[in-house]
Design a protein around this ligand. Structure first.
Ligand code: ADP
Ligand code: MG
Length: 241
């Protein structure tokens, strides 16, 4: 798949002949310098934007029809959960209403919504905060709320763009542990990060540079992972590849 943007007088090759397979139930980290095409890839997978050329296969089938509205919106609603660095919670809504929002938008009976929200609050350890507003919570707690909102519809694909970028070290560990638990329960996760430590929590790492996948690494879940990822990332940022 390729994606070319027109910027005034010149063209930007945001993705150039990307070819990759993400397996169901896998957590894949996407690493790369700023401007290497990471967010563009997430936008292609979530049908927020369409490729200039190429084909997307979803659940084993050619699926370029997702790029046409109204299919794009429906596809997103049914298949994609998002989490972001800055949480993107609605500040005037309580924690439980923020979490419930995707279900409210789907016209689901309120009894069912209540039950699902309750399950999410328990699973993510934020039940005591249900009546609070986001600004009363720590960063880590806010990201838990955002994760609950992202997975309450049970989307097959969870996309995370720098989800720990605004968190301290200890909270980063807690959120990553949570994502690992979700993955171990079968959740497919794509995690964009520029932090080699964060990438060690994934099953596999894809390295992006200038719109291409230039390297990859399968984590072995040993101490060597961090060193290897760091070395590969350094090679890319030095432009040696
Ligand atoms: P990353 O997320 O890795 O930092 P992006 O995927 O956001 O990188 O961007 C890749 C390249 O495409 C960059 O050069 C960026 O300026 C360009 N780009 C991204 N979105 C647009 C857009 N909507 N219009 C024009 N250029 C864009
Ligand atoms: Mg980005």
């Amino acid at each position: 798949m390729s994606k070319v943007f027109k910027q005034k007088e010149h063209l930007v090759n945001a993705l150039t002949n990307i070819h990759c397979t993400i397996y169901q139930g896998e957590m894949v980290a996407i690493m790369g310098t700023s401007g290497s095409g990471k967010s563009t890839l997430l936008n292609m997978i979530s049908a927020i934007d369409e490729p200039t050329s190429g084909t997307i296969f979803l659940f084993g089938k050619e699926a370029n029809s997702i790029y046409k509205e109204p299919k794009a919106s429906n596809f997103r609603k049914e298949n994609i959960g998002f989490i972001f660095q800055s949480f993107h919670l609605l500040k005037d809504l309580t924690v439980e209403d923020n979490i419930a929002l995707p279900l409210i938008l789907q016209d689901i009976p309120s009894k069912d919504i209540e039950k699902r929200v309750h399950e999410m609050l328990e699973q993510l350890g934020i039940a005591n905060w249900r009546k609070h507003r986001p600004h009363e919570l720590s960063g880590g707690q806010q990201q838990r709320v955002a994760i609950a909102r992202a997975i309450i519809t049970k989307p097959p694909i969870l996309l995370a763009d720098e989800p720990t970028g605004a968190l301290d070290v200890k909270t980063t560990d807690e959120i990553l542990q949570l994502l690992v638990e979700l993955q171990q329960n079968g959740q497919t996760i794509l995690l964009v990060t520029h932090d080699p430590y964060v990438a060690t929590f994934a099953n596999r790492v894809l390295f992006f540079h200038d719109g291409s996948i230039v390297d990859s690494y399968q984590n072995e879940k040993t101490d060597a992972d961090l060193d290897t990822i760091l070395a590969k990332f350094k090679t890319i940022t030095r432009g040696e590849q």
